[in-house]
Design a protein around this ligand. Structure first.
Ligand SMILES: Cc1cc2nc3c(=O)[nH]c(=O)nc-3n(C[C@H](O)[C@H](O)[C@H](O)COP(=O)(O)OP(=O)(O)OC[C@H]3O[C@@H](n4cnc5c(N)ncnc54)[C@H](O)[C@@H]3O)c2cc1C
Length: 387
């Protein structure tokens, strides 16, 4: 039994993509090997120097337009980065968030001048990006956010608090969602690019200790009469933030699903290997019928998940991916990931519970996938709206 052998569809199968995938693998093998990943988990963050190395290797600017220093490639290349990152289990480094989730808010909606000011640094790894939507009192229900941005002359005065912000500890530019008109619901939300070293009234909270993905820094952010220049309002028009968030979410959901997919495949691969060499009852663990049935079920779910993910990726490239279908991808792939990793861990027995075994780390890291980027329940709500 091969752990996983789904051929790439034609649109994902060209020499350039294969070479790119190899270069991502080489970068991760050299710079994010097991010892480094352990160090990141222990300290709770990744050094800025690593981001610069990723910038030098061309990994941060994959889909950022060439005019701003990026490679201007399409989502297939983003998908490859996410998948390889999941495969190598190097998820403690939030470059997907940086370049595939946050940077697009800038290059799709900011002015030419803003793009020129902010994006080259994001491509080189000198500027670290974060996106701050979630608040202590508003996560799934984003419209309930309390952070306000009130115009005062040439500035906005921002007050409020955000939580669970990935890259929050290390970021230098935050795309921040705040209410410019607190009485207007979703239409009162705007996005700001906050250059955190250039403003007063910005404060980072402590590094939050997480169940998994420990090396990917996650922090609270506080804003007290923080004065942000009016020209940092993304797009220059108030009240467009919620629309921007909604437009970008389908892609964000595929980004998460591709990482989940990579991790699922890695889990299957190491489990098949383990099952075939673990001796028991005069044979191997793999010889037991239960093992074959479990692995067959896992392989089936992974194959179905990946087939659908390819379909959604093709839809996205053709600009046809709607919110409900993207939600189905995130829901199905991350639920399959949870199922597969749990079954795989069981096949490792006691070793699966020891964090020195990658399957245990995967089990911890996978849990967040069904929560962030829209929890599974929110995916179901969105899908149900299409019925
Ligand atoms: C590791 C990690 C990294 C994150 N990074 C970021 C980041 O970089 N930026 C950012 O802004 N946020 C980030 N988040 C926050 C994340 O997006 C939120 O945690 C998520 O959207 C859920 O919001 P919440 O935690 O407030 O839970 P709640 O909204 O309180 O939800 C609690 C539970 O209720 C369910 N629920 C909610 N509404 C409904 C409903 N209508 N019907 C049925 N069930 C419902 C949810 O699905 C969930 O199970 C991160 C979270 C984690 C764990």
């Amino acid at each position: 039994m091969s752990a996983f052998d789904l051929p790439r569809p034609a649109f994902m199968d060209d020499e350039e993509i294969r070479m790119f995938a190899d270069s991502v693998d080489r970068f991760l093998d050299t710079n994010a090997g097991p010892a480094t990943l352990t160090q990141w988990r222990e300290q709770g963050y990744v050094e800025q120097d690593f981001w610069r190395k990723a910038g030098d290797a061309g990994i941060l600017g994959v889909s950022i337009p060439e005019a701003y220093g990026g490679s201007g490639l399409d989502f297939r290349y983003d998908a490859v980065v996410m998948e390889r990152q999941g495969r190598k289990h190097a998820l403690n480094f939030a470059f997907s968030l940086h370049s595939t989730v946050v940077a697009p808010y800038i290059y799709h909606y900011a002015t030419e001048e803003q793009c020129k000011a902010w994006l080259p640094g994001a491509v080189s790894g000198d500027t670290l990006l974060a996106v701050a939507m979630t608040e202590p009192g508003a996560g799934s229900d984003l419209q309930g956010m309390k952070t306000t941005a009130i115009r005062d002359g040439d500035h906005y005065v921002i007050n409020g608090q955000k939580t669970f912000i990935s890259n929050g500890h290390a970021c230098s530019l935050v795309v921040l969602a705040a209410k410019t008109d607190p009485s207007a619901g979703a239409k009162g939300i705007s996005l700001f690019a906050v250059e955190v070293d250039k403003v007063e009234g910005f404060e980072r909270g402590r590094l939050l200790h997480k169940l998994g993905q420990e090396g990917r820094d996650t922090a609270e952010l506080f804003f007290t009469d923080m004065r942000v220049p009016a020209e940092n309002l993304i797009g220059g028009v108030e009240g467009q933030g919620f629309r921007m968030l909604m437009e970008q979410l389908p892609k964000e959901r595929l980004v998460i699903a591709w990482q989940a997919m990579g991790m699922m495949e890695a889990a299957l691969e190491i489990t098949v290997e383990h099952a075939k060499q673990r001796k028991m009852f005069g044979g191997t663990l793999f010889d037991q019928q239960n093992t074959k049935f479990k692995l067959a079920e896992c392989k089936t779910r992974a194959t179905v998940a990946k087939t659908f993910l390819y379909h959604c990726t093709e839809q996205l490239l053709a600009k046809k991916l709607d919110a409900a279908t993207a939600s189905m991808a995130k829901l199905f792939v991350t639920e399959a990931q949870a199922f597969v990793i749990d079954e795989c861990l069981q096949l490792f027995g006691g070793y699966g519970y020891m964090t020195e075994y990658p399957i245990a780390e995967m089990y911890k890291d996978a849990r967040a996938f069904r929560i962030y980027g829209g929890a599974s329940e929110i995916m179901k709500l969105l899908i149900a709206r299409s019925i």
